[in-house]
Design a protein around this ligand. Sequence first.
Ligand SMILES: C[S@@+](CC[C@H](N)C(=O)[O-])C[C@H]1O[C@@H](n2cnc3c(N)ncnc32)[C@H](O)[C@@H]1O
Length: 351
Amino acid sequence: MDSIVASQRPLAPLYRPDERFEISAAGLQEWYRSDCFRRVVAFYAGYPERSLFSDNGRALLHHLIVTLRPERLLEIGTMYAGTTEVLARATWEAGCGHVETLDPYGAERCPALIAEFLPKLRERVTYRARSSAIHIDQVIAGAGFYDFVLIDGSHELEFAAFDLEGSARVMRPNGIIVLDNIEQVGPRFATKHFLERHPEWIDVAGVVGSMAADRPLDRPKPSFPDSFNFVLQAPPYYVVDDVPRSFGAQPADRGEVRGIELDLAAPADGILHVQAIVRTFGVMPTEERSVTAELALRGGAGPLNVALPEPVLSQVSDRDGIDRRIELIVAFTGGTLRLAIPPTAYPARPR
Ligand SMILES: C[S@@+](CC[C@H](N)C(=O)[O-])C[C@H]1O[C@@H](n2cnc3c(N)ncnc32)[C@H](O)[C@@H]1O
C-alpha cells in the first residue's frame, strides 16, 4: 500500500472563534448556509482519499465534534482509517477528545495507516482489532461510556441494529450517534426501529420519521444534504421507564448492598422497582444473591439515597481470589425517572 504521509494535509483550524451553531435541525441548516460550512467542506473535498464518506459527510462529522466537544469517541469500522483521520482532526480542533476505532478485519492494515498520521493526530487515536460486540461488552463491564459514536461497521440490519442499541447503551446524556450508509436498508431500518423503541432519543434533523411506510426501498432523506448519514442525539439524562434497565455488572469492593444512590435530573413521582444482585466468583459454586423491591418515590431534582427493605449480603467472606460483581436493575412505573448519572450501590463501591 502506498505511503499516505505525502498526502497528509497540515493541521489548521477551520472555525473562527465566534462561529458557533446549535445541534438541531435549524442549527444544521444555518451552518449549511454559512461561510464556515464552505470552508470546512472545501478542506474535506476529496480528502482524505481513503475515507469512504462523502465530502459533506466528512464536514458534518468535523462540525458535530467541534460543536459537541466529546471526550470519548468511537468509530465502528476503521477500514482504511480515512474517516478516522477526520475524527482525529476534529478532536484536535475541538482541543479535547480521544478516538477509539474498531475493525476486526483490520489488524494487518489499520495500525500501519494510523502510524502515518501526523503525530498530533496519531496520539488522539487508539485502534483495536475487535468487533463491536466484543468491544461494547467490555465497555459495559468496565462502566465505560462514549459521547460520540460513528456506526460504520457491518451494514447488515441485525449488525447495524446491535451497533445502535449497544452504542446507545454506553452513551452519555446529550451524546451523538452518526450512522453511515443510510442508503442501505440495514442502517436505515435499524435507525427507524431504534427510534420507535426509544422515543426519548432525538432525530436531530427530523428526517427518519419522514421515511414512507409504503416505499421501503426509497432512498431516505439524510440528516444533512449530500451525505449518507442519520444523526441521533441522546436525551440530556438517563431515562428509566417500565422496561427494566440494567446498568451493568460492575466489579465491586465487597458483597454488600444496603441501598442505591440516585441523582434525579428532574422531579419524580411514581414507583421505583429495584433489583440489586451481588455475584461472587472465585468460589465453587459461584454465589448469586439478589433482592427486589418496589418503593414509592417522590422527590425533586438532586441526589437521593434509597434504602432497600433488606440488604443483599454475600455469605462468602472477603479474601484473596474473590471477584465480586454488583448489578443494579431499575424500572419506574407511574411516570418517567430521569437520572443525571447512573445509579450506584452502597456501601459497596466500584473496584
Ligand atoms: C464501510 S467500512 C468502514 C469505512 C470507514 N469508516 C470510512 O469511513 O472510511 C466497514 C468496515 O467495518 C468493518 N467491520 C465489519 N464488521 C464489523 C464489526 N462487527 N465491528 C467493527 N467493524 C466491523 C469491516 O471490516 C470494514 O472495514
